[in-house]
Design a protein around this ligand. Structure first.
Ligand SMILES: *[C@@H]1O[C@H](CO)[C@@H](O)[C@H](O)[C@H]1NC(C)=O
Ligand SMILES: *[C@@H]1O[C@H](CO)[C@@H](O)[C@H](O)[C@H]1NC(C)=O
Ligand SMILES: *[C@@H]1O[C@H](CO)[C@@H](O)[C@H](O)[C@H]1NC(C)=O
Ligand SMILES: *[C@@H]1O[C@H](CO)[C@@H](O)[C@H](O)[C@H]1NC(C)=O
Ligand SMILES: *[C@@H]1O[C@H](CO)[C@@H](O)[C@H](O)[C@H]1NC(C)=O
Length: 580
């Protein structure tokens, strides 16, 4: 439907001489602006926000530095937008970094015309797939437009943002009303002065759109506050006045920090976390009662967040946002969600949770440990079986949320038969019979993932249950002497899920290697380190980063590292000693 709107439009740039004007000065004569043939169907910001929910981000693609293709994703192809659309998403955010595409300097800041053409072509690809589009200027926010730096040249930043948006505006001037603009991604702001500067950037952006012509003054925009952080935005954002554009406000949501970013051993989502998420979203709504709102990014990565807790997090965020009239757009860096090569979603159940929650439908959700003081963890996203054990009945619990269990199937085919006794349902408890499980779980079963079950409910999303035989992995060594300056890779032979859940970091003198305050957390978090900055893993090794190795050297005493694996139960951990 979008292609028929955009087809036949001719873009005519009468003159490309728009120069920089201070806010309040007269905009340049319309003769420097783009004229479009064809018509534009105006939509309000609230109509736009309703229509885009839910959306998906084309992350790490045109926003990659220095160029599309520089990071983990190849140049985008139309099929990716078709995949996103056919899954049920309504919109795509297309982040674009302009930093390395300037071919001119002050005062014109001319952007490479080939790059502008590429951006225009990608926007068309998304429109052709039937998606609403939101595009921006992305990592420029830290590449050259960071107003919070002590030595920031605000004159240059304002001039360059203005000139960039005149050129983007001219390039996309005649696109349909399904295309919206966002001035800049997550602009850093430390204090009220920075916040005020971000307000000025919103105005420069609107002024540039006015000068660029076409349909741009009728186009929806999503304005931004400091860091696109909900609190800073609530504190410092001031609505611009004197511009025609219908506008919404955009913010991003990655909270609770420790759950999302794998910090301090946090592999659960507690009830108070869920309440805090709801309160966060309510506070933004409370500050902007009449403003259409967009959460332009939110994401709990399947790479590190436990699946039952992660699906629950997605449900809470999306459901609460929908109830507050806030659209959501899932961040996807190309590793987290859609496998663009195979066209498959990494966790199809989570995507269904998102889509159904956005539609206001009730989802049944697997339970997981939510008590932060627990000494071990459970998750109904898995059935775990210890290698060597005989098969036994296993029960998982689901919060049905008004639905009932309909069908259970093994991924790839077979339907389980409750009449034959494969499983029994009682309320939200599903018990799988030892006789049925024995085909995967028995005394001779070797460690690894054995099957994935899909539970279909009478309404809402499906739930996934992975059947895993686990044993303790083995490390290639139990100790070594710390060597400064590089990551320590400890070879591992995996047995079960090939993933580290969390790592405890305790000095031999009993002091915590990092973050002493974690003593106030539960036993699965006290003295635990933070994923990627302090520890990591891959297919062949568990990793202590150079930061961690150097901290051991600085401490001057050995440290013991306890690697916890999934399931986080007694006996599924390994110690490694780093000596000095
Ligand atoms: C700041 O930027 C302006 C505009 O680009 C430039 O003329 C000026 O020389 C810059 N000032 C400094 C101190 O670099
Ligand atoms: C506005 O946001 C601030 C910062 O998050 C918060 O303290 C305040 O309670 C919010 N106001 C309302 C009415 O929600
Ligand atoms: C035991 O489980 C494994 C898979 O984990 C399976 O290949 C094997 O056939 C099972 N053995 C029996 C006797 O069912
Ligand atoms: C089950 O799903 C997980 C995650 O998608 C995957 O890694 C695993 O290989 C699957 N197991 C089987 C037996 O297909
Ligand atoms: C691993 O180290 C911890 C101290 O951090 C200790 O309490 C625990 O007993 C050790 N486990 C084994 C199996 O040695």
């Amino acid at each position: 439907m979008s292609s028929s709107l955009s087809l036949g439009w001719r873009l005519r740039v009468l003159a490309a001489t728009a120069s920089y004007f201070m806010i309040g000065e007269a905009a340049p004569a319309k003769s420097s602006a783009v004229d479009c043939t064809g018509t534009f169907t105006p939509i309000s910001a609230s109509e736009y926000v309703k229509a885009i929910n839910p959306g998906w981000n084309l992350g790490n693609t045109l926003d990659a530095v220095p160029d599309e293709g520089s990071w983990n994703n190849p140049p985008v192809e139309p099929v990716t937008f078709e995949d996103v659309k056919s899954t049920g998403f309504k919109s795509v955010r297309i982040p674009v970094t302009y930093a390395d595409h300037y071919v001119g300097s002050s005062p014109d800041w001319t952007i490479d015309p080939d790059w502008l053409q590429r951006v225009s072509d990608v926007v068309d690809m998304a429109l052709d797939a039937g998606l609403y589009v939101l595009t921006n200027m992305h990592h420029d926010s830290w590449e050259w437009a960071d107003v919070s730096k002590d030595d920031a040249n605000l004159t240059m930043i304002e001039e360059k943002i203005h000139r960039t948006w005149v050129q983007i505006g001219e390039t996309l001037a005649c696109k349909s009303s399904m295309v919206a603009f966002e001035p800049i991604n997550e602009p850093p702001a430390e204090d009220a002065d920075d916040g005020a500067e971000i307000n000025k950037i919103n105005e420069l952006f609107l002024q540039a759109l006015q000068e660029s012509g076409g349909f741009n003054t009728q186009r929806v925009v999503t304005l931004v506050g400091g860091g696109m952080d909900s609190v800073k935005t609530s504190q410092w954002f001031q609505a611009p006045s004197g511009y025609e554009n219908p506008w919404a406000l955009q913010y991003h949501y990655y909270s609770p920090y420790d759950f999302i970013f794998g910090a301090w051993g946090k592999t659960i989502l507690s009830d108070s976390d869920e309440a805090a998420i709801e309160a966060d979203l309510e506070r933004v709504r409370g500050n902007f009662t009449d403003v259409p709102l967009v959460i332009g990014e939110f994401d709990a990565s399947p790479l590190n967040c436990e699946p039952a807790a992660r699906r629950r997090w997605t449900d809470v965020v999306v459901r609460k946002a929908a109830a507050l009239g806030t659209a959501v757009m899932l961040w996807d860096n190309g590793e987290d969600h859609l496998d663009r090569g195979t066209h498959a979603w990494k966790d199809v159940h989570e995507i269904r949770v998102l889509l159904r929650a956005a539609a206001g439908e009730s989802n049944s959700l697997a339970t997981a440990t939510s008590d932060a003081s627990a000494a071990e963890q459970s998750s109904a996203a898995y059935l775990f079986h210890k290698a060597g054990d005989a098969a036994a009945d296993q029960t998982i619990a689901v919060d049905l949320n008004g639905n009932a269990v309909d069908l259970i199937s093994v991924e790839g085919g077979q339907l389980l038969d409750s009449a034959e006794g494969d499983y029994a349902v009682e309320g939200g408890e599903i018990t799988f019979a030892a006789a049925w499980l024995a085909r995967f779980f028995n005394e001779t079963a070797v460690p690894g993932s054995k099957a994935n079950l899909t539970i279909t409910f009478t309404a809402g999303a499906t739930a996934g249950v992975e059947l895993v035989v686990w044993d303790l992995p083995t490390l290639g060594a139990v100790s070594s002497t710390a060597v400064s300056g590089s990551d320590l890779r400890i070879p591992v032979t995996w047995a079960g899920l090939e993933q580290v859940a969390a790592v405890k970091m305790l000095r031999s003198d009993g002091v915590y290697l990092f973050d002493d305050w974690t003593q106030y957390l539960g036993p699965l978090q006290a003295a635990y380190g933070t994923w990627t900055s302090q520890w990591n893993w891959d297919g062949t090794a568990v990793i202590l980063t150079s930061t961690t190795v150097d901290a051991v050297i600085a401490a001057g005493v050995p440290s013991v590292f306890t690697f916890d694996f999934y399931p986080r139960v007694p006996g599924n951990s390994l110690n490694y000693t780093l000596n000095v």
